[in-house]
Design a protein around this ligand. Structure first.
Ligand SMILES: Nc1ncnc2c1ncn2[C@@H]1O[C@H](COP(=O)(O)OP(=O)(O)OP(=O)(O)O)[C@@H](O)[C@H]1O
Length: 323
């Protein structure tokens, strides 16, 4: 079976530099990345801030073009598909339900907007918007209220209804519960799981919170400085993590820092600036197991039945420098 969504050797760079006369430098946000998503999966994408998750999300949504490599949806190039055609098939839900909903529009118009863009008539739009509001656990009366009359959880339900009203195949959820209270978070996660089952959806679920990803994902990809360093089925990844970075992230879940949002990784050094990406394995300056080879040689991705790991530990060891 071919993948529903596939990224092959995708790289995305940005020119950065402060001030008019400062020399611009090239930052690689997503680096030669491979990813494939089958129908019905929930792919959890985790990594610290700055690892490239949002850039990858924008690439998958066709909001950014890759510098090189390809992104295909059911075999068709995402860049060549056109915004409207793509929006019918893949829809985003973002973190902040406060800023993502127009405060001057009633809920039904907010949910119906993607249908208006697609040219659906007013009566049909309202009917489908109200039906979708009910599907996400809101009442009919919510159709005519304004976002400021709703709680954070209800607003996120509206954002989910707006994404689903065009009946997309894939929903890309970028930290959809991070702005919500913990008790509301699990309600939204359970709603997402129900919707996936009832509507046959496929999700990409981006989060820095591994506990959330463990709840919802079927497969997990761990990102570090623009690369996926490990990918595996959820059970495998949480039971037997292989990459030292994955292990550090998992340990950080055991000692959460309330209110910080971003995991305390216990890795000491902060994530390096992608403008000065380390040589060899980009994780080596923070890795307790690193050896001479890690500084010198970029690790290959070693395939396993349910994913891969990119670490010299599993490819002959870390001690031998490159020939
Ligand atoms: N438009 C841009 N111009 C310049 N640099 C950018 C741009 N977008 C992202 N970057 C840089 O690319 C790198 C990856 O950023 P990205 O936002 O994709 O990471 P992230 O994992 O989503 O982080 P966060 O969780 O903080 O959103 C960062 O170093 C960021 O500063």
């Amino acid at each position: 079976m071919s993948a529903l969504l596939e990224a092959k050797e995708v790289t995305r760079t940005f020119w950065v530099g402060r001030g008019l006369f400062a020399k611009k430098r090239l930052l690689t946000a997503v680096n030669n990345l491979d990813l494939s998503l089958d129908k019905g999966e929930v792919l959890g994408l985790v990594g610290e801030s700055g690892s490239g998750k949002s850039t990858l999300a924008k690439l998958l949504l066709g909001l950014l073009a890759p510098n090189s490599g390809s992104i295909t949806l059911a075999g068709s190039d995402v860049g060549a598909m056109g915004r409207l055609a793509l929006a019918r098939r893949i829809q985003p839900v973002f973190q902040d339900p406060y800023s993502s909903l127009n405060p001057r529009k009633p809920v039904a118009s907010i949910v119906a907007l993607p249908l208006a863009v697609q040219g659906v008539g007013a009566a049909e739009r309202r009917k489908r918007a109200v039906a979708m509001l009910e599907k996400v656990g809101l009442a009919k009366r919510h159709a005519d209220v304004y976002p400021n009359e709703l709680s954070g959880g209800q607003r996120q339900r509206v954002a989910i209804a707006r994404a689903l009203v065009v009946e997309p195949e894939i929903v890309l959820l970028d930290e959809p519960t991070s702005a919500l209270d913990v008790s509301v978070q699990s309600q939204i996660l359970n709603l997402l799981l129900d919707l996936r089952r009832d509507l046959g959806l496929t999700y990409v679920f981006i989060s820095h919170n591994l506990a959330v990803v463990e709840h919802i994902a079927t497969r997990v990809a761990v990102m570090y400085l623009g690369r996926i360093v490990e990918m595996a089925d959820r059970e495998t990844l949480f039971r037997a993590p292989r990459h030292p970075y994955t292990r550090a992230l998992l340990e950080s879940v055991l000692t959460p820092e309330p209110g910080l949002g971003v995991p305390e990784t216990g890795l000491g050094l902060a994530i390096p600036n992608p403008l000065n990406s380390p040589s060899g394995c980009v994780f080596h300056p923070r890795c307790e197991e690193a050896g001479p080879r890690c500084k010198a040689e970029v690790p290959r991705s070693l395939r396993s039945p349910d994913g891969f790991v990119a670490c010299h530990l599993y490819d002959g060891g870390v001690g031998r420098a490159a020939a």
